[in-house]
Ligand binder design. Structure first.
Ligand code: CP
Length: 315
């Protein structure tokens, strides 16, 4: 695997899930695979889970993880091409990336959507420069349009908890005070479409995601109708793709509460975290025994470890 952005990059999903469960059972079985190997984890944005789970996954494989926070720890990096660098950016990505590549064997990059220019974000302009100029395998640790390590962990969690061959999975938009990227719902949609689940997306009008990710998934604008008979509810906020980066709705009727969960098939509740309590989901739902937010976050180590393991096996 040269880079990890999309579900196709992992290949056969059943094989990947089987491997994930093996990694979860015996996390230290590949300690020699990463011996004398280094992964550099670059963060242009904040993180709790991705930073810690990626480091833990690398350590489980015997690798040496190095974390670099671009904001505050490094030179400010210029990302545009052909500019006169007379501002506050001291170094260009064109030099920084191959330098980083020369110090490591695998690179992970977190670089959120900026919401200044949809084409810049949806072309994955930052991540693709790492892929092009580093000469090393690159993992998206949530880039402008995708969060594949999260979606893989979500799928592992669903497979671990489902009692059905084809569960109903509902991804629901929920309100949030800020404008959030579409990366998590894009990837979740992409991975659910590739899995054997009955997948439904519900959101207010205007929040349609890019169809390159949602494909033929059913869109249901009536949230209560969408929740009927659901086995898994995956809540997430995102800003508008059409009116790019805009907040079109703050209606707290969309907050996931007992009212919606009561029409499900006693569904599990999922969220990638961090979550705004009583905006995205009410306390009673997230604190209930059906909430999977902690096991889901724990599986981030597993998904990251499978991806790193496969990259190491090809080096
Ligand atoms: N879910 C997730 O990616 O969490 P962090 O932003 O804390 O890494």
């Amino acid at each position: 695997m040269k880079s990890f952005l999309h579900v196709q990059d992992i290949g056969d999903l059943d094989a990947a899930l089987k491997e994930a469960l093996e990694v979860k059972r015996t996390p230290f079985a590949w300690q020699n695979l990463g011996k004398n190997k280094t992964i550099i984890l670059i963060f242009f944005n904040n993180s709790l889970r991705t930073r810690l789970s990626s480091q833990k996954a690398a350590q489980n494989l015997g690798m040496n993880p190095i974390v670099l926070n671009i904001n505050g720890e490094s030179w400010k990096l210029e990302t545009e091409t052909g500019v006169v660098m007379d501002g506050d950016k001291s170094e260009h990505l064109r030099e920084a990336i191959p330098v980083i590549g020369s110090y490591c064997d695998i690179i992970g990059v977190r670089s959120f959507a900026r919401f200044e220019d949809r084409a810049f974000d949806y072309n994955e302009t930052i991540l693709n420069q790492f892929i092009k100029y580093s000469g090393k395998p690159v993992i998206s640790l949530e880039s402008a349009t995708v969060h594949p390590c999260q979606a893989f962990a979500d799928l592992i969690t669903i497979k671990e908890h489902t009692g059905k061959p084809r569960p109903k999975v509902v991804m629901s938009w929920a309100p949030h005070p800020g404008a959030l990227p579409q990366a998590v719902p894009n990837s979740f949609a992409e991975w659910m479409n590739a899995s054997d689940v009955d997948f439904v997306i519900t959101h207010p009008e205007g929040y349609e995601l890019d169809t390159r990710f949602t494909g033929n998934a059913r869109i249901e604008y009536d949230q209560m109708k969408a929740f009927e008979g659901a086995d898994f509810v995956y809540a997430k906020n995102w800003s508008s793709y059409r009116d790019y980066g805009k907040i079109l709705c703050k209606d707290r009727q969309w907050t996931v509460s007992k009212r919606q969960m009561d029409v499900t098939n006693d569904a599990f509740f999922m969220h990638c975290l961090p979550v705004r309590r009583n905006m995205i989901v009410t306390d009673d739902v997230i604190d209930s025994p059906k909430s999977l937010v902690i096991p889901e976050a724990a599986n981030r180590v597993v998904s990251a470890q499978v991806v790193m393991k496969r990259m190491l096996e090809e080096i």
